[in-house]
Design a protein around this ligand. Structure first.
Ligand code: GDP
Ligand code: IMO
Ligand code: MG
Length: 437
């Protein structure tokens, strides 16, 4: 039996954000910290996210529901900024119930959250196929088309619409006619029949109705009652629609946008923990200056089991990019870092971290705003000594090999943010808590 972890004392409400291109281990951190919180809140993205949590010999994969659901004292919330595919959500709820996790009394869904419809998923797939070599490499979960309809307004369907049959029927009839023009006319796809979709989605509305509420009001009451909130970011800063490597990003704000995605003002969040892999990985297309498309990348992928939780795709792997990391930490005002998967880097004689880029002959430590500029960046590396010891059983910072501690110090020093948590394996107990400073 592993001893209880002495969790870090985090002031106020806490936001967890990924600082790279996703899959940094946010799910593990949320699961670890949730015992201190009354609410766990997803506020962006949709089922493009895949957060894996290992508890004992059980493994949970979350796409929509916050990883906090594993803790029954905590209410899990899908806030207004999330785009919800009811098929995926109901499947995930069933899966959790079959694994003995109760969802009935501790899940709340925003009536303002937008609904991912079948035509969004098809549009996502067909658009990617048509783009060919220029594709974004999306998860094909309908995320982009759903957020596009949200911004476009006239064709959007929200959770509240699913609960109102008259409104749903009227909207679906109108929206389907327009979607069919696009899907048939541009892509030559078969037309959607609004009536069968209406029957199906009316049914989903009935099933989800007990969970749907005005989640901003719920969270305002929670603030009045001094309840503690943990915000679970999905995707990551470098995939942020505004601040990421556009256009190779997702369609929501991922590092910024918590306030818009929840109705909770930004000043209500006192702690922002940035979750970072000890190296870099990326799924889908787009620039990745430190990518190792070679034996090194292959070795990291194998050691880190770097295959997507959502799509199973092999993740592109490479060295840690400190230029991108410092930028990401600044964008979301990170107050502490969680360095994940440090164990994966054991066995390397030397490791490299990127400390600047050379672009058009100029050296810079600034992350370019333009992905096409970033494409030209040649990484300038600092070489660090590696370590051969396995870290899986290390339980205290002091027991890490000296070179592993130097590696961590290099990160904290460059980013100028203290490290609060170091993770050396997927399990809860494979976690080292750093003293606050
Ligand atoms: P998320 O999307 O940010 O929640 O991350 P994912 O769950 O997609 O990917 C992280 C993967 O790494 C999951 O399979 C975790 O179980 C696993 N993981 C988390 N922390 C560690 C760690 O410190 N070491 C190792 N080896 N695996 C970890
Ligand atoms: P978590 O929360 C890794 C990537 C996709 C693709 C791009 C756009 O598990 O860290 P989308 O389907 O969102 O339109 O795809 O964004 N992407 C992720 N990559 N982890 C994620 O989430 C991701 N969410 C989106 O691979 O490159
Ligand atoms: Mg993931």
């Amino acid at each position: 039996m592993e001893p209880e972890l002495a969790l870090p004392d985090l002031p106020g409400n806490t936001s967890i954000v990924g600082l790279q291109w996703g899959d940094e281990g946010k799910g593990k951190i949320v699961d670890l910290l949730t015992p201190q919180f009354d609410f766990a809140i997803r506020w962006n993205g949709g089922s493009n996210a895949g957060h894996s949590v290992k508890v004992g010999d059980k493994k949970y994969a979350f796409h929509l529901i916050p990883s906090g659901i594993l803790h029954p004292q905590c209410t899990s919330v899908l806030a207004n900024g999330v785009v919800i595919d009811p098929v995926q959500l109901l499947q995930e709820m069933d899966q959790l119930v079959s694994q003995g996790i109760a969802v009935e009394n501790n899940l709340r869904i925003s009536s303002q959250a937008h609904v991912v419809m079948p035509y969004h998923k098809l549009q996502d797939q067909l658009s990617e196929q048509r783009l060919g070599d220029n594709k974004i490499g999306t998860t094909a979960r309908g995320i982009g088309p759903c957020y596009a309809d949200k911004a476009g307004r006239s064709m959007a369907i929200r959770m509240a619409d699913l609960l109102d049959e008259t409104r749903l029927g009227e909207k679906l009839q109108r929206v389907t006619a327009e979607k069919n023009l696009l899907l048939k006319g541009v892509y030559g796809a078969a037309a959607f029949d609004w009536e069968s979709m209406f029957e199906q989605y009316r049914g989903y509305g009935q099933l989800l109705q007990p969970y749907v509420c005005h989640t901003s009001a719920l969270l305002h009451r929670a603030m009045d009652d001094n309840k503690r909130m943990l915000f679970e970011g999905a995707n990551a800063v470098l995939l942020d629609l505004d601040h990421g490597t556009f256009p190779f990003v997702t369609s929501s704000n991922c590092g910024t946008g918590l306030s818009a995605g929840t109705g909770v003002p930004a000043q209500a969040v006192q702690t922002v923990l940035g979750v970072v892999k000890a190296y870099c990985s990326r799924v889908g297309s787009g620039p990745f200056p430190t990518e190792q498309d070679n034996a090194i990348g292959q070795r990291i992928r194998e050691r880190g089991h770097e295959f997507g939780t959502t799509t199973g795709r092999p993740r592109r792997c490479g060295f840690l990019d400190l230029v991108a990391l410092r930028y990401a930490a600044r964008v979301c005002g990170v107050t502490g870092l969680c360095i994940m998967l440090l164990d994966v880097l054991s066995t390397f004689d030397t490791l490299r971290v990127c400390t600047s880029y050379k672009i058009n002959g100029q050296t810079t430590t600034e992350f370019p705003a333009d992905a096409y500029e970033l494409e030209k960046a040649e990484p300038v590396y600092k070489e660090l000594a590696g370590w051969h010891e396995t870290l899986d059983d290390v339980r205290a910072l002091a027991d890490l090999p000296t070179n592993a501690r130097n590696y961590l110090d290099t990160i904290a020093h460059y980013v100028n943010v203290p490290i609060r948590i170091v993770s050396v394996g997927p399990a809860r107990h494979q976690t080292l808590i750093c003293p606050a400073r």
